[in-house]
Design a protein around this ligand. Structure first.
Ligand SMILES: Nc1ncnc2c1ncn2[C@@H]1O[C@H](COP(=O)(O)OP(=O)(O)OP(=O)(O)O)[C@@H](O)[C@H]1O
Ligand SMILES: [Mg+2]
Length: 495
């Protein structure tokens, strides 16, 4: 029934439809082809506005193209309206005599459509619009064959519209997911949501660009090394080395040679010259971890490096100059060590130029859910397990535990849980024994403070469950949404 040329055109249209997801582009291109096939003077694609039911022009060809593109029709109005309403094609060779003809529009456009062919466009069995072609070029009426061609074309276009809508929806969803992710900011590998950590990150970013010595303080496992690495990575020294030294792990003499290096024969066993960590860190950053454990004799040497950027290797006489940025960290109370005479005051003030204090995890419970989920993903990848998330009771425990070992302890707990989990959800039984059913260590605080803390934890938890949706959270909490918003502000919850 179709000639080769016609088949080719249809093929071409269907290829356009399949090759692009930009709806406008599809419609424009396809409509031009279709108008060619049926030899129409003008043509237009009409779509139903999902919200109002009105018809609007998605694409048009012909001398009045511009004006036509601005048209809107009330539901059921005109030939197009009739076609959309009934889902049937319409053909006439004398539009003026048709009762459904929208004469006012023809007059407004100053364009007389005599022969009109209009076919409905379906998507998933529903009429989503119509295609209208006007005036056969040689003043002949539209034929059966024209109607047939146009119907095939309308079907293809319907599919294209469906695809494009789906694509737009996916893109929107993608954007939403991305902005959802954006709510969990990261800096380097640091994951956080709390206001307290946001402040830490803010300082971290600012100190990265300068060369000052930085002292990072915080309990064990709060992420001191992570912050140190982030500073290095964000600094102009990022292409230089990052050299960590644990000052608490070695006895004095070994630590000295580790830091400053030694010459051959400097001591028994020094069979060759060895470069120290300070030399290795030249052009980069040295990270002096557990600085509070540094023996006093070495503290003097360190002070000199900090002041003059120079030192001698153990057993050597040559002065070595280095360009090193120093970041130190400790979980000890340096002030107490200083009072006990174990930490030099002058070194303390040298190091204390910029101090970053990382709060313990229990003081920033808002970080617990995202950290827990981050570690869950990490260990699922490692163990190739498929675990969807945490049972609400599990999250309750994670939120109320006091985390003496901070983020490191949380990470270990999640690793433990992932390894043990039998189902696709982490239950309280999967958690390490010390977390389960153990009453959190009692903190000596007023009832008012305790209630406030509980409220903060509970609301944070519920908000996390609802993906941040306050209306849903308010419903669960059985409070007004406006009251919830006020509480969020008052309790300093990062939502
Ligand atoms: N905000 C965070 N986001 C992601 N991972 C974190 C975060 N904080 C800590 N971690 C992880 O927790 C573990 C402990 O962090 P890190 O070693 O930096 O702590 P630390 O303060 O140096 O501890 P310690 O005093 O015991 O040396 C690491 O595996 C680190 O990757
Ligand atoms: Mg550390």
């Amino acid at each position: 029934m179709l000639t080769n040329d016609e088949l080719m055109t249809l093929l071409e249209i269907s290829q356009t439809i399949n090759s692009t997801l930009d709806l406008e582009e599809i419609l424009d291109h396809a409509l031009r082809k279709a108008a060619d096939v049926v030899e129409a003077e003008a043509s237009s694609i009409w779509l139903v506005d999902d919200e109002t039911g009105e018809l609007y022009v998605a694409s048009a060809t012909g001398v009045r193209e511009k004006e036509v593109r601005r048209l809107r029709l009330k539901p059921g109005k005109g030939i197009v309206g009739w076609v959309v309403k009934t889902g049937k094609p319409f053909v006439t060779s004398d539009a003026r005599s048709e009762p459904v003809h929208a004469r006012d529009i023809a007059e407004m456009l100053d364009y007389e459509g005599r022969q009109i062919l209009c076919v409905p466009m379906f998507s998933k069995g529903k009429v989503v619009g119509a295609i209208e072609v006007i005036n056969k070029s040689q003043d002949r009426p539209f034929t059966e064959k024209d109607a047939y061609h146009l119907s095939i074309f309308a079907n293809l276009t319907g599919i294209a519209i469906e695809n494009a809508k789906l694509y737009a929806m996916l893109q929107r969803e993608n954007r939403e997911l991305r902005s959802e992710l954006g709510k969990n900011p990261t800096f380097g590998d640091i994951i956080y949501r709390s206001e307290k950590m946001a402040e830490v990150i803010e300082i971290t970013k600012r100190v990265a660009s300068v060369n000052s010595t930085v002292l990072i303080r915080g309990e064990s496992g709060t992420g001191k090394e992570l912050i140190a690495r982030a500073i290095h990575q964000a600094s102009p020294r990022r292409d230089g080395p990052f050299i960590p030294v644990n000052c608490g792990a070695l006895p004095e003499t070994l630590l000295e040679s580790e830091l400053f290096g030694h010459e051959k024969g400097a001591f028994t066993g020094a069979i060759a010259r060895k470069l120290g960590r300070f030399e290795l860190a030249d052009g980069g950053t040295i990270f002096l971890d557990e600085i509070g454990d540094m023996p006093p004799a070495l503290q003097v040497k360190l002070l000199r490096v900090l002041q003059d950027k120079q030192f001698e290797r153990v057993g050597g006489t040559k002065t070595i100059k280095v360009d090193v940025r120093v970041i130190a960290a400790t979980n000890q109370n340096l002030e107490k060590l200083m009072a006990e005479g174990k930490f030099r005051e002058d070194l303390y003030y040298r190091l204390n130029v910029i101090t970053i204090f990382i709060p313990p995890l229990r003081e920033r419970p808002e970080d617990i859910p995202i950290l827990a989920e981050h570690f869950l993903r990490k260990y699922c990848l490692e163990t190739k397990k498929k675990i969807k998330g945490f049972a609400p009771e599990t999250m309750d425990i994670l939120m109320s535990y006091h985390w003496p070992g901070n983020v490191r302890e949380l990470e270990n707990a999640i690793e433990h849980a992932v390894v043990l989990a039998k189902g696709d959800i982490i239950t309280p039984e999967d958690l390490p024994f010390n977390l389960r059913g153990v009453e959190p260590e009692i903190k000596l605080m007023s009832l008012e403070e305790a209630v406030r803390e509980f409220k903060k934890r509970h609301i944070t938890r519920v908000l996390h469950e609802t993906g941040g949706n306050r209306t849903k959270a308010a419903e669960i909490l059985k409070i007004q949404r406006t009251y919830l918003s006020r509480l969020i502000k008052e309790l300093g919850i990062k939502a």
